[in-house]
Design a binder for this molecule. Structure first.
Ligand code: UDP
Length: 237
């Protein structure tokens, strides 16, 4: 099979660029080093983040596929490129949580680090303009972002992803605190897309609770590149 050709840019986000290819069912995700936080108000770059996030995402999509969770991943044509099934992204961000941190700790007034009695799944509107507000099911249906069946699939899959990734990371001395996943429609079916990386997960060292994720950038904790490299080392071997 001849390699897929990268064609025009379809979309540029804060951390990735999506390119069309000569196969209408496939796109290329290009991982950049750019980092933003607080709705784009804080900007910077993390050396080699794109390479590391591509490698970590490739690995975790593989782990999920083995566990029966269908996803967009096809291959990595280069260290910053991921060839993916083309998805029409559903504008709902699914957040899974095991330990209170970030916006949850703030919103409900529990100390960061509190272990949740049961994992939580939350839904947010993927809208930079509105600052990604939290949505309840009725909002999602009113805005026609997803049907009840699609939302149920996304919620159940997010719970399963949480289970699979938590188990996988425990064996690698990482606590999966929380994470964000996005889904899209591929030929009418709901499928996991986007990326799974230290940009989109909170990952703490199992023993010391040292933060090994984007919070090091958000909160100016230093050693940001080193943390991403450490996650790649522990996850990808
Ligand atoms: N997250 C993300 N993209 C977003 C919002 C959140 O990847 O637009 C991830 C974030 O890195 C964390 C989890 O989702 O792992 C939960 O984030 P939270 O709601 O606590 O928001 P934050 O405190 O990051 O603003």
């Amino acid at each position: 099979m001849s390699p897929v050709k990268r064609l025009e840019k379809l979309y540029e986000g804060k951390a990735k660029i999506i390119y069309a290819t000569d196969d209408p069912d496939l796109v290329i995700q290009y991982f950049k080093d750019d980092a933003t936080a607080f709705d784009g108000k804080k900007k910077g770059a993390i050396t080699d983040k794109g390479v590391l996030n591509n490698r970590i995402s490739e690995h975790l999509f593989g782990v999920l596929a083995e566990a029966g969770i269908e996803n967009q991943f096809v291959s990595c044509p280069s260290e910053r490129e991921m060839l993916c099934k083309r998805l029409e992204i559903i504008q709902v961000e699914m957040i899974g949580r095991n330990i209170a941190a970030g916006s949850l700790a703030k919103r409900i007034g529990v100390p960061e680090g509190t272990v949740l009695r049961v994992p939580i799944v939350e839904t947010y509107y993927k809208s930079d303009e509105l600052g990604d507000p939290m949505l309840c099911d009725e909002h999602i249906f009113m805005l026609e972002l997803a049907t009840p069946e699609q939302l149920e699939t996304m919620r159940e899959t997010t719970r399963k992803i949480n289970q699979v990734l938590t188990d996988y990371m425990v064996g690698r001395d990482i606590r999966l605190v929380d994470f964000k996943v996005e889904f899209g429609l591929h030929k009418g079916r709901v499928m996991l897309g986007d990326e799974i990386s230290p940009d989109t997960c909170r990952l703490w060292d199992q023993d010391t609770n040292e933060k090994l994720d984007k919070d090091r950038f958000r909160r100016d904790l230093g050693s940001v590149e080193e943390a991403y490299q450490e996650v790649a080392r522990r996850i990808c071997g």
